[in-house]
Ligand binder design. Structure first.
Ligand code: GDP
Ligand code: MG
Length: 447
């Protein structure tokens, strides 16, 4: 999970200040010091940290806090807002040209994830925006690179334009755009070559393509796991190419998050997408505000809901919500949902998006091992119809029967029953929280 260390530290710091009915300058100083350490530990650029802390201090001892009825919460609101600002404020959307095709050039060092991201982005544009993309193979130095893009294209059923390894990237790009026009395709995604290090030749080639096709977007793809190196690479590419945005890959493997927090401040170019895994649907649009909330443990219900919407059809989602609200969620629903939820990604990641989930009582029990899901499925399948609808009728002999039928033990059955109850409670809390949120404005759900 990204931002692990930062999350833990910031959340601890925040806990100390939230409940306070009065916040002294000393409190603010202490908090600022802890936030500063947390950010430096997360490998955030030190200049960025300095400005950030100054901003927070200034605001936190100001009127908006001192005159507030809930100064502790007010301070956290400031931290959240400043984190959001740090990462770019508003979401920065992908360009769309009024004269299609929209041309996107991907750049970056070798291994950063350009080719994979090109495929993922095409997939996202088709799925979320209903667009018809074209992938263009301009990494002509390795035949394997062309093959890789073709394989992706085949997997996704998205066309790939290539002219082998003998034609220049400039020519290929121009021809690809002509082809896209003829075929009425909406987006042209140009996958370019990378090098292990920044070098003049690579930059010249990219500059030539830029000059020739005037892309609507020039994205830099950088590996979040490389931390401050990623920021340096971004600075360099930006100087030479004047980027329009950054795609941060491998956030799934980046426990610190320093690059994500520094790139906008250092380059003034927004992060537009984040890669969160190797699979082709593991690319998300970047939302600074949601990310800030996630880091502060305030959860990211919106992304969770979007994920659910992408995987569950709308009618089912509505029914589910209704069931959650009225607490009429049964083991049958659970079984049905389980397969769909599993398509949304690892459970651990999903749980991290629920506000305050890590603080909630009973949450520990919910963090079951994915392998255990097989047992869970077997247990539910061994229940009768009545038992699934109303687990409260469960007695010792029923439990024994279920355990035998599913090849598990009574204690495993008990555990599932408890988890199910906890989950229902949590769902209720979640849905209440969302209702409450509308009217009350800012609110920390875990308090
Ligand atoms: P390129 O040299 O820049 O074109 O990089 P590739 O697209 O070939 O990717 C290099 C490696 O990074 C591949 O093994 C990808 O599967 C992996 N990769 C790319 N994006 C992500 C991501 O968001 N998360 C993870 N875990 N791996 C990624
Ligand atoms: Mg590549």
């Amino acid at each position: 999970m990204a931002f692990e260390g930062l999350q833990t530290r910031l959340q601890e710091t925040i806990k100390k200040i939230t409940g306070k009915g009065k916040v002294s300058e000393q409190d603010v100083k202490t908090m600022a010091r802890e936030v500063r350490l947390a950010l430096l530990e997360a490998d955030v650029n030190f200049k960025v940290v300095r400005n950030f802390i100054n901003e927070i201090k200034e605001r936190a001892v100001g009127q908006e806090v001192m005159e507030s009825l809930t100064p502790g919460q007010q301070v956290i609101k400031i931290v959240q807002e400043e984190l959001t600002k740090l990462m770019g404020g508003e979401q920065s959307k992908i360009a769309i040209s009024d004269r299609p095709p929209t041309v996107i050039m991907m750049s970056g060092l070798q291994g950063a994830g350009k080719t994979t991201t090109t495929g993922k982005l095409a997939n996202l544009l088709r799925k979320q925006y209903n667009k018809k993309p074209l992938l263009v193979a301009c990494d002509i130095y390795r035949p394997a690179a062309i093959k890789q893009l073709q394989t992706l294209g085949k997997q996704l059923d998205i066309p790939v334009f290539e002219m082998g390894t003998e034609v220049s990237p400039v020519e290929i790009s121009k021809k690809a755009i002509e082809y896209a026009k003829e075929e009425h395709l909406d987006y042209v995604l140009i996958d370019t070559a990378g090098r292990l290090h920044i070098d003049g030749e690579l930059m010249q080639e990219l500059a030539d393509v830029k000059e020739a096709v005037k892309p609507d977007e020039i994205f830099l793809v950088v590996d979040a796991m490389t931390g401050q190196d990623a920021v340096n690479v971004a600075e360099n590419f930006n100087e030479q190419l004047d980027l329009t945005g950054v795609v941060l890959t491998k956030l799934d493997g980046d426990t610190r998050g320093g690059a994500a927090l520094s790139i906008k401040a250092v380059t003034d170019k927004p992060i537009k997408f984040i890669g969160t895994g190797e699979k082709l649907d593991e690319l998300e649009e970047f939302h600074p505000e949601r990310m800030a909330s996630r880091i502060l443990g305030m959860g990211d219900v919106l992304t969770l809901i979007e994920k659910a919407q992408a995987n569950i059809d709308e009618k089912q989602a509505k029914q589910l919500e209704e069931k959650m609200r009225t607490m009429s969620f049964t083991f049958d629903d659970f079984l049905e949902q389980m397969s769909q939820v599993r398509q949304m990604g690892p459970l651990e990641d999903l749980l991290a998006m629920i506000p305050g989930a890590n603080k909630m009582k009973g949450m520990k029990n919910l963090q079951f091992d994915e392998k255990q899901l097989v047992h869970v499925e077997a247990i539910i399948q061994s229940m009768t119809k009545e038992e699934r609808q109303d687990p409260s009728i469960m007695n010792a002999s029923r439990k024994r029967r279920i355990a035998e039928g599913s090849g598990t033990s009574v204690s495993q059955v008990n555990r599932l029953l408890k988890q199910f109850n906890d989950m229902k409670k949590m769902m209720k809390q979640m849905t209440n929280m969302q209702k409450g949120k509308k009217g009350k404005g800012f609110q920390l759900p875990f308090m």
